[in-house]
Design a protein around this ligand. Structure first.
Ligand code: FA5
Length: 337
């Protein structure tokens, strides 16, 4: 019995079968237990002999099971280690890298151009006081031109800024009536505009402000011409159209020529050959005065660029909403790495 059991145990290939064998041979109903039970019927002389033999068999079986169990467990661990082994010499998976948002790329490009021309960057709050958003910009309460920028009011006196022009007023106040000032102010703005292909209720603007003792409309035009050529190519031109903003006089809207309708933003030109990208003008004397500047001594120009419109034109994007709906397929096209 002993050698038969040991042979079976040694041939075992898994822990479950091994356990079954343990129960079979050493369990309460097993053959050894049976022999033990029958001991009482044996003679005095036979009893120790049989006892000794069955104890030895029991011990041998039990030792073999123990050794086999250890071997099987070791094998299992080794198998697991082999299967889960990491080959550190294999090339690793590249971690997915994010892409800078196309709008961020365009804004940074514009910022770099202005920094190269000696401008610094100013920022202001998105939750703005009516005072800076309108009044300091020559738009007193009930002025009809407030309707040009339908607003999200928070209280009677605070609102989500409708443009970046309040940063002009804040910057001028900080300068205590002393020029020169040369800043651009990028940031988010909000309007109760109905969303469509070219309008969003939240969009970006980049305000520009220059105040100095001899600043003219020619400086404004020259500056914008450089920006248009750098952003869109040397063959582009700009066109100034008379317009109205309460905070500038004269005021203009600025268009960029389309690239000979070769598909580059052409559909946006609606057949006219020009597309509007910003509003601008010479800072109104009232605005200078309110901010503590002497209009006899200082003049200045200001502009407000819509970077979404610049990006649309630059990349031939057909809908402004692509910027804000976070479709990865759109964003991934702007991987410049
Ligand atoms: C203004 O906001 C003036 N503050 C700009 C300005 C600054 C004029 C300094 C003079 C001096 P306007 O409302 O036209 O102007 O907006 C300026 C630009 O923002 C537009 O040319 C356009 O490019 C962009 N823009 C306006 N509304 C939207 C909109 N709903 N969605 C996306 N872009 C818009």
């Amino acid at each position: 019995l002993g050698s038969q059991a040991i042979k079976k145990i040694e041939e075992t290939k898994d822990l479950k079968t091994l356990n079954d064998l343990r129960v079979k041979y050493l369990g309460k109903k097993g053959p050894i237990q049976e022999v033990m039970k029958g001991m009482k019927d044996l003679s005095k002389e036979e009893r120790p002999k049989v006892g000794q033999v069955s104890n030895k068999v029991k011990q041998d079986i039990s030792n073999t099971i123990e050794a086999k169990r250890e071997a099987l467990e070791r094998e299992e661990i080794n198998k697991k280690l082999r299967e889960e082994m990491i080959d550190v010499t294999l090339p690793s998976k590249k971690p997915a890298m994010g892409i800078r948002h196309p709008l961020t790329q365009v804004i940074e490009e514009i910022e770099d151009l202005f920094i190269g021309m000696g401008y610094s960057i100013a920022e202001g709050p998105e939750i703005e006081e009516d005072h800076y958003n309108f009044e300091m910009l020559n738009l007193p309460k009930n002025h009809p031109a407030r309707d040009m920028q339908d607003s999200f009011y928070i209280t009677d006196e605070t609102l989500l800024r409708t443009h970046t022009s309040p940063v002009q007023a804040r910057t001028m106040l900080e300068a205590n009536g002393k020029g020169p000032i040369k800043v651009i102010c990028p940031g988010k703005v909000y309007r109760r505009d109905t969303d469509d292909a070219t309008h969003s209720h939240q969009f970006m603007q980049i305000e520009g402000l220059v105040i100095d003792e001899k600043t003219t409309m020619a400086d404004l035009k020259g500056t914008l011409d450089i920006i248009a050529k750098k952003m869109f190519g040397e063959n582009r031109e700009i066109r100034l159209r008379p317009s109205f903003f309460p905070f500038t006089e004269p005021s203009v809207e600025v268009d960029v020529s389309c690239a000979k309708c070769d598909g580059d933003g052409c559909s946006m030109c609606k057949g006219t050959g020009w597309i509007e990208i910003l509003g601008a003008g010479m800072v109104h004397p009232n605005v200078l005065k309110m901010a503590g500047f002497d209009p006899e001594k200082y003049q200045g120009f200001a502009f407000g660029i819509g970077p979404e419109r610049i990006a649309i034109l630059k990349y031939g994007i057909d809908d402004i909403r692509h910027f804000y709906t976070n479709d990865e397929r759109f964003i991934k096209q702007f991987n410049t790495k």
